[in-house]
Design a protein around this ligand. Structure first.
Ligand SMILES: Nc1ncnc2c1ncn2[C@@H]1O[C@H](COP(=O)(O)OP(=O)(O)O)[C@@H](O)[C@H]1O
Ligand SMILES: Cc1ncc(COP(=O)(O)OP(=O)(O)O)c(N)n1
Length: 266
């Protein structure tokens, strides 16, 4: 049996809704073998981020080499990376091991407002990570930072996607969770073409980790051999159900339900 192996390079969320924990749950639910390189530990729950403890650079390098020398992934994603130095290290290792299908979730700020990326690290994402990436999945505020423009309309989103693609990444997906439209529309840009993936928008407080889960689902599908178009469609179904069937745990912004897709489709 050939096993699809998916890697997440991200921060740990002690509350289990975002970061490494959301990624590994999503990989498992979609039938990919999950592996992790932890960049930082956060003390986090549904009420917010209460502490951030970065892993030292050598520790990150050693984790990447442990994976690279023995367990090459068929696809990987990045999440919370923290600093420019860490981003450069990761980009070098991706190039060194020639890992395919790199999905970059350019995590900058948690929904509660905590900063998860240093300001000077944005340039490192553009200069080092996007040139080795296949897909990048910014939400609207992240796309505004990457494209250095404000986004108030679909036309703005399209211009931002073109700008972000110019940094060398094949597919740009600007997600619509932060939009105020009646439906949740994700804009996909690839090879000069735009496509809109539209889903129902649910009114809920339980959207902690939506971006992590969405990008992890794309990664799991790519690891299993799906095309990018198919992988993104499954990821949209996965996150839509995870939001719809929310768990109602914790007293703040609760996590999504990583079991919901399996219950519906498997
Ligand atoms: N309330 C919602 N109802 C339905 N889909 C949503 C909702 N909020 C976010 N999504 C979807 O979840 C995914 C992640 O989007 P988003 O929340 O913008 O990411 P992030 O967590 O990075 O801010 C996207 O596919 C988006 O359309
Ligand atoms: C450790 C860690 N990584 C990433 C995030 C941000 O996750 P995201 O999916 O964007 O969800 P919200 O923070 O917006 O709920 C995080 N919080 N922690």
């Amino acid at each position: 049996m050939s096993v699809a192996k998916a890697l997440t390079i991200a921060g740990s969320d002690s509350g289990g809704g975002a970061g490494i924990q959301a990624d590994l749950k999503t990989f498992q639910e979609l039938g990919a073998y999950g592996m992790s390189v932890i960049t930082a530990i956060t003390a986090q729950n549904t009420t917010g981020v209460h502490g951030v403890y970065p892993v030292q650079k050598q520790g990150i390098k050693d984790q990447l080499d442990a994976i690279g020398k023995d367990l090459p992934p068929q696809a990987l994603k990045t999440g919370m990376l923290g600093s420019a130095e860490v981003i450069e290290t990761i980009a070098e290792k991706i190039a060194h091991y020639q890992w395919p299908h790199v999905v970059v979730d350019p995590v900058m700020v948690a929904k509660g407002g905590a900063k998860l990326l240093q300001a000077d690290a944005v340039q490192a994402i553009m200069d080092h990570l996007l040139p080795v990436a296949t897909v990048v999945t910014p939400n609207i505020p992240e796309a505004e930072v990457l494209a250095n423009m404000s986004i108030t309309s679909l036309e703005d989103r399209k211009r931002a996607a073109e700008q972000i693609a110019s940094y060398g990444v094949e597919v740009v997906i600007i997600k619509g969770g932060h939009d105020d439209s009646a439906t949740a529309i994700d804009l996909i840009y690839t090879n000069g073409q735009f496509e809109q993936l539209e889903g129902k928008r649910y009114s809920t407080n339980n959207t902690h980790g939506t971006g992590c889960t969405f990008s992890a689902a794309i990664t799991a599908q790519l690891a299993k051999g799906s095309s990018i178009t198919e992988a993104v469609k499954v990821a949209k179904q996965f996150i839509e159900l995870a939001i719809k069937e929310d768990l109602h745990i914790g007293s703040g912004h609760g996590p999504t339900n990583h079991w919901a897709y399996r219950k519906a489709y498997v």
